[in-house]
Every structure is written in structure tokens, then in C-alpha cells.
Design a binder for this molecule. Structure first.
Ligand code: HEM
Length: 503
């Protein structure tokens, strides 16, 4: 009798479990069928499995293949593709304006933090809602003005000069030494951005040492796809929350925050005697009135400046140098333009560099062919919106991927071909139908890049100093450097070995 009851109990547990599984399977299938055939996005083109499931999107994020996949999808399906059950990707220039632009008659499409590069959302400005964002942007804009840039130029130049000196001093001793320029551009860019933000740099170029911040960035970026995935899979989210609440994780975060506070205190102590940097503008207004920035906001902004302004210029400088060194005619022309324009390296300045057409064309073409920010900067519709001529329902995650839009043949003839001439007035017939408006490397609208002018100055000056001083060549495997790079929040760049000769 006892045995019978036990058998009955274990059978009923089994039956309940089987019932739950069957129910889950039925509900899940119903959800997939709904997603494919009845969902408000079902009229948009794209593979059925992407309409049905979230996992193809998460899998490509984890593998780092997402932008490569989106190019193929857009080539097949056109300017709008449903890349996930609730996600649309656009590749027409009108979509840039509709998603990110200024609109006088309606509010902007808000950021979609569920599908956004998962930076800490407590970054003020980047993670702020629209009202708070416009207040913060107004309070920091003057640190990025043309006047501020002119005052910050000597600081930026001095770091780039340090790079030239470093290379010269090493090849003077051993002319065969090669430099991993992908690493050195990281070191340079982080030296510049930390000096502009905290008034002190990691001295990375001089020492050749990768600092902890950079190491953390590369390690942390690999976690980004997993954080993104957790939004769609609750158990993973619980697990991450638990791991982040462990004492070791808290200790690491507190250590990072303390280091940052100490750096900012040292910058504060220098007051107005410091070299001109971002804080020369921001700290003077601290506590002026009720509206001014708080100490915590300033700390958060400093973290944002270093996070947003360190890796991207380095990635672009590496990519530009790669394309120049693999395209001899472009390299010759850029080098000649720089060497003809300046008699000495001391003469090189941003105002004059901005007027050099070929250098400008090389930079634009590199942004088009391999943009540093190839992650999705997603927004989420809160009501029906017209985007790129399509009626998009509410609660849809939408974006234009800066890398993908430059690589589709609907926008550019021969999109995989590096041709700076596209951007010149003498443009060849084959490129005359290119959609120039599809290039918005720093985005557009109220949340466009705040550091655009700083980035251009840094990129132009670095290239000009190097091209003016050295003859350069790619060494060995680095000729394939661009192949197979993975995008996990940032491009994971392999070493790029370059040989130098003083001209
Ligand atoms: C090649 C270099 C760079 C590229 C391609 C780039 C690109 C971008 C893009 C596309 C956005 C808009 C993201 C969105 O849609 O929300 C952005 C935002 C931002 N960038 Fe950059 N950026 C670069 C360098 C810099 C530098 C040097 C700084 C210096 C601090 C900087 C600071 C910022 C800030 C503060 C924002 C947030 C603006 C806001 O939300 O109002 N960026 N950047």
C-alpha cells in the first residue's frame, strides 16, 4: 500500500513536470507563431528565425559577428531588416534624421537601454533621460567649444609629439624595431583623454605599458554581449545581479571609484593653474547656483569622457593607418599633401589640417568603410513613427548602424573598395550616385557626439605628424589586420606591426 502511494506521488510529480513542459512548449510555439505572422513588425523583411527568436541576435553579439551579418542581411532585404522579434535595422540616410535628429514638432525617439551598448547607465548625459540630458549638455558644452579646443590643442599636440619622439628614439638605436600601432594608438588616446579629463595621463606612450583602465575596458567589453542577452533571459539577469553583488565585485568597483575620486581631487587642487583641459571649464562653474553640476555628476561625466573618448579615436587612427599602408597611391598622395603643406612639424596645426582635402577624404572614407562604433546605438519608439519612409509601431527597437550603412551597395558604389576620391569635388563618375548623407560618423541630433572636434583634432594631428616624419610600412601578418575583427562593444583589434624610417 505504502509502495503504491509512493509510486502515485512520483508519477504525479512526473505528470506535473511533463505538463509544465508541454504547456511551456505550446505557449512558446504560440509566441513564435505570433512573432512571425501576427506581430506588428511581421510586415518587415528578414529571416523567419530572427522574427521568431531573440537568440540569433544574442548569439551574433557574443560571437562578435553582428555588423558583418547585418551587411549581408541588408544586401539581401534592402534598407530595413527585422533583425530580432522587436528590432529593426535601417540603412538609409533618412532614417538617421528620423531616429536621431532634431525634431521641432515631436519629442526625440528615446534611447533603448535594453538594446544599447551596456555601459553603466549611471553615466550622466549618456544615460540620462531627455530633460536631464539637455540640462547636462548645456552645462558641459562650453568645455567642447571651438575656443576650448584651440586652448586644448597644445596639450593634445604634446602627447602626439611624445609618440613621434618615442618611435624616433627606438629606431635610432635599432632601425628594424616594429611598433604595434594598434596598441600605441590606444596608449596615446588614453594618455590624451585622461590628461584632458583629470589633468594627468597614464604616461602610456613613454613607458609602453598598458594601464589597468585599458585592460579593464577590453575585458569588460567581452561581458557586454552577455549583459545585453540578460535582458531577454531573466535567470541570466538574476545570476549577473547576484555576481555583481558579491563582495569581490563590490570591492573592485569601490576601488575603481576611489581611484577616480583621488584623481579628480588632484585635478581640483591644481585649480586654474592647470593646463587647459575639460575641467578648466567645468570646475569653475561648480556650485555657482542651484542648477550647476554636483560633485557626483562631475565624477560621472569624467568617467564618461574617458569611456567615450579613449578607444574610438584609437580604433579610427589604427584603421586609417592600415588603409593608407595597404593602398600605396592613397598613402603617397596623403603624405605628399602633408609634406607640401608644412615646412616643419612645429607648423602643423588643426586649422590648417582641416583645410587639407585629401586628408579629410581619407578620414571620411575610413569612417565609411570601417567605422569604430559598429555597435547598435538603439532607440525605442514610444508611438508610431515614420522612419525612412516606413511606419514603425510603438515599442520597436530601431537603429542605424554606423558601420553597416557605409558598407551597403544601395548607398555606395563598390562599398568594399577604399576610395578617398569619393569625397573630393573631382569625384569619379562611378561614385557620383553615392549617398554622402549616409556618412554621419559622430551621429546627428541632440545626442550627437560631444567630442567630435577633439576627435578630429587628435586623428588629423597624429596622422599628419607620422606622415610628415616617417616613411612607414606594414610588416608580415599585419597586411590582413582588418580581416575577422570581432565587435564586442568595441572592435577587438589584433596587433598591427608597422616599420618606420625617418624620411
Ligand atoms: C573617432 C572618435 C569618436 C567617434 C566615432 C564617436 C562617436 C560617437 C557617437 C556615434 C555618439 C552618439 C551615441 C548615441 O547615439 O547615443 C557619441 C556620443 C558621445 N561622445 Fe563620441 N565619438 C568619438 C570620440 C569622442 C571623444 C574624443 C569624446 C571626448 C570626450 C567623445 C565624447 C562623447 C560623449 C560625451 C557622447 C555622449 C553625448 C550625449 O549623449 O549627449 N567622443 N560619440
Amino acid at each position: 500500500m505504502l509502495l503504491d502511494i509512493q509510486a502515485l506521488q512520483s508519477m504525479s510529480v512526473l505528470t506535473v513536470l511533463t505538463g509544465i513542459l508541454i504547456l511551456y512548449f505550446l505557449l512558446s510555439s504560440a509566441q513564435r507563431i505570433y512573432n512571425i505572422y501576427f506581430h506588428p513588425l511581421s510586415k518587415f523583411p528578414g529571416p523567419w528565425y530572427r522574427s521568431a527568436f531573440h537568440f540569433p541576435y544574442h548569439y551574433e553579439q557574443i560571437k562578435g559577428h553582428a555588423p558583418h551579418n547585418y551587411i549581408k542581411l541588408h544586401e539581401k532585404h534592402g534598407p530595413v531588416v527585422r533583425i530580432g522579434p522587436d528590432q529593426l535595422s535601417f540603412t538609409c540616410s533618412q532614417a538617421y534624421k528620423d531616429i536621431y535628429g532634431f525634431h521641432s514638432h515631436r519629442r526625440q525617439v528615446p534611447k533603448d537601454f535594453k538594446r544599447f551598448p551596456n555601459v553603466p547607465i549611471d553615466w550622466p548625459l549618456f544615460g540620462s533621460d531627455d530633460g536631464e540630458h539637455s540640462r547636462l549638455r548645456r552645462l558641459v558644452a562650453h568645455a567642447f567649444s571651438e575656443t576650448a579646443l584651440r586652448e586644448q590643442e597644445p596639450l593634445i599636440q604634446s602627447h602626439i609629439h611624445g609618440l613621434v619622439q618615442k618611435i624616433r628614439s627606438v629606431i635610432d638605436v635599432d632601425p628594424e624595431t616594429h611598433f604595434d600601432m594598434s596598441k600605441y594608438f590606444d596608449l596615446l588616446s588614453f594618455d590624451i583623454i585622461t590628461d584632458l579629463t583629470y589633468g594627468e595621463s597614464f604616461d602610456g606612450v613613454r613607458t609602453g605599458e598598458t594601464n589597468q583602465l585599458l585592460k579593464d575596458l577590453y575585458q569588460g567589453s567581452k561581458l557586454n554581449p552577455i549583459l545585453l542577452t540578460s535582458w531577454d533571459y531573466a535567470p541570466l539577469m538574476w545570476l549577473l545581479k547576484f555576481l555583481f553583488s558579491l563582495p569581490k565585485a563590490k570591492e573592485l568597483q569601490e576601488g575603481e571609484e576611489k581611484g577616480q575620486k583621488d584623481r579628480m581631487n588632484r585635478r581640483r587642487a591644481k585649480g586654474t593653474d592647470a593646463k587647459k583641459d575639460f575641467m578648466s571649464y567645468i570646475l569653475v562653474d561648480e556650485g555657482k547656483d542651484n542648477d550647476s553640476l554636483t560633485e557626483n555628476e562631475i565624477l560621472g561625466l569624467a568617467r564618461l569622457f574617458v569611456g567615450a573618448g579613449g578607444e574610438e579615436p584609437a580604433s579610427m587612427m589604427s584603421t586609417i593607418l592600415y588603409y593608407l599602408l595597404t593602398n600605396p597611391s592613397a598613402h603617397d598622395r596623403a603624405r605628399k599633401e602633408i609634406r607640401d603643406a608644412f615646412v616643419s612639424i612645429e607648423e602643423i596645426n588643426n586649422v590648417k589640417l582641416a583645410q587639407l582635402p585629401y586628408l579629410g577624404a581619407v578620414i571620411s572614407e575610413t569612417f565609411r568603410i570601417h567605422h569604430s562604433g559598429a555597435q547598435r546605438f538603439s532607440r525605442r519608439t514610444t508611438r508610431t513613427e515614420m522612419i525612412g519612409g516606413y511606419e514603425v509601431p510603438p515599442n520597436t527597437s530601431v537603429d542605424v548602424n554606423h558601420h553597416v550603412i557605409g558598407r551597403v551597395s544601395a548607398n555606395y558604389a563598390e562599398p568594399t573598395f577604399f576610395a578617398p576620391e569619393r569625397w573630393l569635388s573631382e569625384t569619379l563618375d562611378q561614385f557620383k550616385f553615392d549617398d554622402k548623407a549616409a556618412l554621419q560618423p559622430f551621429a546627428t541630433g541632440p545626442r550627437a557626439c560631444l567630442g567630435k572636434n577633439v576627435a578630429y583634432l587628435e586623428i588629423r594631428t597624429t596622422l599628419a605628424y607620422l606622415l610628415w616624419t616617417f616613411d612607414m610600412e606594414l610588416i608580415g601578418d599585419s597586411k590582413d589586420w582588418i580581416q575577422g575583427q570581432k565587435m564586442k562593444l568595441i572592435w577587438h583589434r589584433p596587433p598591427m606591426n608597422v616599420g618606420f624610417k625617418v624620411r
